[in-house]
Design a protein around this ligand. Sequence first.
Ligand code: NDP
Length: 433
Amino acid sequence: ADRNPNQPEFLQAVREVLTSIWPYVQQHPEYLNAGILERLVEPERLIQFRVSWVDDQGKVQVNRAFRIQHNSAIGPFKGGMRFHPSVNQSVLKFLAFEQTFKNALTTLPMGGGKGGSDFDPKGKSEGEVMRFCQALMLELYRHLGADTDVPAGDIGVGAREVGYMTGMMKKLTNSAECVFTGKGLSFGGSLIRPEATGYGVLYFVEAMLKAKGETLEGKTIAVSGSGNVAQYAIEKAMEMGGKVVTASDSSGTVYDPEGFTPEKLAKLMEIKNERRGRVADYAHELGLEYVTAATPWQFPVEVALPCATQNELNEEHARQLIANGVRFVAEGANMPSTAEAIVLFHEAKVLFAPGKAANAGGVATSGLEMSQNALRLSWSREEVDQRLKEIMYSIHATAEKYGRDGDHINYELGANVAGFVKVAEAMKAQGVY
Ligand code: NDP
């Protein structure tokens, strides 16, 4: 903590992982002798830079941007870019640290990284967003490369922003190598990448349920968020026969006891993606119950899928969910549950899948996009979806193997140990540097 003052999110993520893997590491002193833990919590490189751009009123704006190149033991740094006013070193370092374990779990050769800026895309014009993305790339381009560092999207960075950044990268480097994933289909993007994180969460949930001899058919589900991950989680949950009764954004939650239908989801997508509107607009247009400044965790559900942001599900929320009979929690977002909430889930024997396992489908499909670009081929929807599903099932199997505890499965322990072993072995083999 002394080395990372004022970085609560980073310390929270590190504490969570180290606490859970500690008994395992004690039984494997070779990792301690190689200084793996000390090296794993220190990013290989951290880049911070100024982004200056001119807004529509002709006024100069200055933002702060970062790229955290956390760990490249098993492959090039890989992880998304986040544009949100809350972005700072602590948030990005926690995300890059988590990403390192998550990428290891995918079985694909990708190291961990993350980046972003405190730029707020909300309320900005198309031209402003483009100029900001271009200004950011004027510095970031020199740190990227298909075998060095390959960013993607995250909160506030979707296909539009990835397109602008990829375009500027190409201009500056005179090269069309793959240095962003999540690209548009016409310039190297992969089918299923937009859907991948949300679909992946549901494939993981399907595997969790299967381990209990159950399916999603007829189960009631709470989803938080209404962005990329939430939208496709809702879509796949419906396809599997589940009833999704909530969605949210940072202003409030919509509660729909009848559940989403494909028509309702299409409306939500139109409002969020095309009109860049709010969940409140969706609730009002459909005449549904809307609760201001609330999370979805007070409603009775069997499955909870937090898909918005970090620390959105705290101890009190966990208590409410458990009292209302929740049995499965799978994180679509990164670190949405606080440490105290996770303890309560374990105590109540709720099956809990941490983000680094449950939401790894996004980066896994980014890995598949890199493979397709390297091969100069595009795989069909079915082929990518099938590979995504296989990867999510294999992550589930690995997390189950390391996390099995009698009748119960501790996926948190399983994912942390499995991710750690993969990265630690690679670091050990490559020597101390
Ligand atoms: P989007 O920007 O598409 O959507 C984010 C959603 O979360 C929006 O509904 C947003 O509402 C809400 N949100 C953001 N900040 C807050 C906050 N402080 N409080 C409450 N709600 C908030 O992002 P994604 O769907 O891509 O990402 C969501 C989560 O999933 C993040 O944790 C991300 O790191 C993680 N993730 C994403 C992957 C991907 O492939 N996209 C891959 C793996 C993980 P509002 O509009 O009000 O801000």
